[in-house]
Design a protein. Structure first.
Length: 413
């Protein structure tokens, strides 16, 4: 699928880094930045730079592969320091009791290792919920206004550090999705309830991205998360770092590397259509490693992939496509033996569909809106998302009839 876009040709750089050895990561980041023209054309001495990391709550140690790795953050920060800019690293995190340390008010940045590397590098670390949010206008696909981090809006330059992971509702989380964390947690929960359809939620992500668009995006793809991301998946070594001034183009390249056609990823598609960046690989200049040399096969995607990338939407009439999607029911389910009764899922559920009885969570499936927030916050892997029998029967039937249906649709529609 090709969508017209008249923006200048963006550059996306790709470098290899086998693991999180600091010297190797620093060199990979440095090389990526040089390939896109260097930091001097982006940041001036004295600029106020906000580095938006991916610090998914509740906090977790770096070896879980959920947060932007602290060594990666340090490598980026040390490169940024060469410009003479004032640097603040941050994200929106809570202070609730967490999985890896029980005391009240535990320091999530300490658990993830982010506080340590910021102290070592001598840069400020900020919990953006403590510095406040400002109401901002937004010419969006859904939103016309929203609240955005004051720290981000006050910055001269925003540097975006996403972690390459899968996501139940967006299938892939990278440069565009990471900026969702720049709005208040309460708004994120309300938006999950209000815009719980696949298309609406991905349009919402693009609206937030448009309101707090980064000037530079550097992707931590050294160890990615596949399968049931963004928190309960399995780790997959990719050994890559990507950089670009165009986060949409960076996401396009990253998704191609893991086996997706970029414009089938809804965040990339909508951002491209809105002119927020380039999502068409034919109009992106790639420097450094070639996609073919770093691409991986059999990358595992969430079981919700069929909801986010429809095989038939471009060919079937809308009412048939909607019928198929409505049958594609994929619900979260509690694995009782793994549940610790930590209340994180109950606190994050936007429709109060979860209760905790006898230290075990229970999901009211009649109330559940399949936003998968519970799955995202569970650090015990006690909530899984599974296809129901209706879905399995449907997929089997469609696979049997696909070739015949395609011929009919092509002929008559």
């Amino acid at each position: 699928m090709t969508v017209k876009n008249t923006l200048p040709t963006p550059v996306v750089s790709i470098s290899k880094a086998d693991d999180y050895r600091y010297t190797d990561v620093y060199k990979a980041v440095e090389n990526c930045l040089e390939l896109i023209g260097g930091l001097d054309k982006i940041i001036r001495r004295g600029d106020n730079v906000f580095v938006k990391i991916n610090h998914l709550a509740p906090s977790s140690p770096p070896e879980r592969g959920i947060v932007t790795h602290p060594v990666f953050v340090k490598a980026v920060v040390e490169n940024l320091k060469t410009t003479g800019a004032r640097i603040t690293v941050g994200d929106d995190i809570g202070t609730e009791p967490l999985l890896y340390s029980d005391p009240e008010g535990v320091d999530g940045f300490q658990i993830s290792g982010i506080r340590q590397v910021c102290e070592e590098s001598g840069v400020e670390l900020c919990n953006i919920r403590e510095t406040g949010f400002i109401e901002t206008s937004c010419d969006g696909l859904i939103l016309d206004q929203l609240h955005v981090s004051k720290t981000a809006l006050d910055a001269d330059i925003i540097v975006n550090l996403p972690k390459l992971k899968t996501h139940a509702l967006a299938i892939y989380t990278g440069g565009i999705k990471n900026m969702f964390g720049a709005i208040p947690k309460g708004d994120r929960i309300r938006y999950h309830e209000r815009y719980n359809g696949i298309e609406a939620f991905n349009q919402l992500l693009v609206d937030v991205f448009s309101a707090v668009k980064p000037h530079l995006t550097i992707l931590d793809g050294i160890i990615a998360m596949e399968g049931k991301g963004p928190a309960g998946g399995s780790l997959r070594k990719l050994g890559i770092v990507l950089a670009s001034q165009d986060a949409v183009a960076l996401d396009a390249v990253a998704t191609k590397i893991i086996g997706l056609e970029p414009l089938t990823v809804l965040t990339t598609k909508y951002a491209h259509q809105k002119g927020l960046g380039i999502g068409d690989l034919q109009n992106i200049e790639i420097k450094g490693e070639r996609i073919s040399d770093v691409a991986v096969t059999s990358f595992k995607f969430p079981p919700t992939r069929g909801r986010t990338i429809g095989v038939f939407e471009s060919k079937l009439p809308v009412f048939i496509a909607n019928f198929i999607n409505n049958l594609n029911v994929i619900k979260p389910r509690v694995i009782g033996r793994l549940c610790a009764g930590c209340f994180e899922c109950r606190k994050t559920c936007p429709v109060n569909a979860i209760s905790v009885v006898n230290d075990k969570a229970s999901i009211n499936q009649r109330v559940c809106i399949t936003c998968y927030c519970c799955h995202e916050v569970c650090r015990y892997n006690a909530i899984e998302i599974k296809q129901v029998l209706t879905k399995k029967i449907l997929v089997f039937s469609i696979n049997m009839l696909r070739s015949g249906i395609s011929r009919i649709v092509t002929k008559f529609f």
